[in-house]
Design a protein around this ligand. Structure first.
Ligand code: GTP
Ligand code: MG
Length: 299
């Protein structure tokens, strides 16, 4: 039997459910998710391997009109996948009408000449009639290889989409070992899990202003726990106050929620220490961006 493999990018506007889909396929949290737009900031691989195939999914930052250097990095890293993949999953939500953002993305997809599957997500939120109207509208905009409605949250029809991808795979290498699930090191996943809790617990401009850096991560022989030190970067003093909270209550909540997720991921006991630092306007400073993991060289 021949082995098949391929690379598949997941593209779309922010908040449509790309990371939720990736995590559902992988059966574990690789990419953080939130109800805030622009949650994902880096490309993240989810490597799906069976005994006959390997599908390398690439989750991408939601494509939007960038207003900062970080935004530029995010959008460019999303589009950069068009040069790397065999198939694109273009994800749109069933419950929002097509907008300028979708049209802009479709222009790029048409130019890239890569097969595109339209994935209409969040079908659990709409009446079937609305879903049909949505499909009809998108079908007239460009030539999709397939159109697949799913609910990434509930898992409806996700296995059907995997079947379609499998059928279209070509003979190829197993690029990654069968037990490897992503391309990012544990440190990255740890910092993301902390950022996810900040996104979950804060509002307005804070989610966009936060970056998390893991300063150190090593086993403490005495306690037999993984000792992690991490810094949460914000852009203003007022934001630092919010993240710390009254008597440190917010930081404590972020820390204990993140610790639970990190322990689950590492399968080990964790001692997590977090600090908050202000770095004025880091989202527009090239050096800070690189320091916080948003480095152009990485795509
Ligand atoms: N009802 C419903 N909600 C969904 C579904 N898929 C995702 N969501 C929700 O949509 C929100 C955004 O999900 P994400 O997976 O973070 O979206 P994303 O496309 O990765 O967003 P960015 O990283 O910002 O581009 C979260 O609140 C999810 O719970 C779905 O199938 N149904
Ligand atoms: Mg995402």
């Amino acid at each position: 039997m021949t082995f098949k493999s391929g690379f598949v990018a997941i593209l779309g506007r922010p908040n449509v459910g790309k990371s939720t889909f990736l995590n559902h396929v992988m059966g574990q949290k690789i990419a953080i998710m939130s109800d805030k737009a622009q949650t994902t900031r880096n490309k993240i691989m989810g490597i799906y391997t069976t005994d006959k195939e390997q599908i390398v999914f690439i989750d991408t930052p939601g494509i939007h009109k960038p207003k900062t250097a970080l935004g530029d990095f995010m959008v460019e890293s999303a589009y950069s996948t068009l040069r790397e993949v065999d198939t694109v999953l273009f994800m749109v939500p069933a419950d929002e009408a097509r907008g300028k953002g979708d049209d802009m993305i479709m222009e790029r997809l048409k130019a890239a000449k890569v097969p595109v599957i339209l994935v209409v997500n969040k079908i659990d939120k709409v009446h079937p009639d609305q879903l049909l109207a949505q499909i009809d509208d998108f079908r007239q905009q460009m030539d999709f290889k397939e159109i697949v409605p799913i609910s990434a949250l509930q898992g409806n029809n996700v296995s059907h989409l995997i079947d379609i991808l499998s059928e279209n795979l070509e003979e190829g290498f197993q690029y990654f070992p069968a037990d490897q699930i992503t391309d990012h090191p544990e440190r990255f996943l740890v910092s993301e899990m902390i950022r996810e809790k900040v996104l979950m617990l804060t509002r307005e401009e804070i989610p966009h202003s936060v970056a998390v850096v893991v300063d150190s991560m090593k086993r403490d022989e005495e306690t037999d726990k993984i000792h992690i030190r991490a810094t949460i970067m914000v852009e203003r003093d007022s934001q630092k106050g919010i993240i710390i909270g009254k008597g440190g209550s917010m930081l404590k909540k972020v820390g204990s929620m993140a610790r639970r997720d990190i322990e689950l991921m590492l399968g080990d006991k964790v001692f997590l220490e977090t600090w908050v630092k202000v770095k004025k306007n880091w989202r527009d400073k090239k050096l800070d961006l690189a320091d916080f993991g948003y480095n152009k060289k990485e795509y």
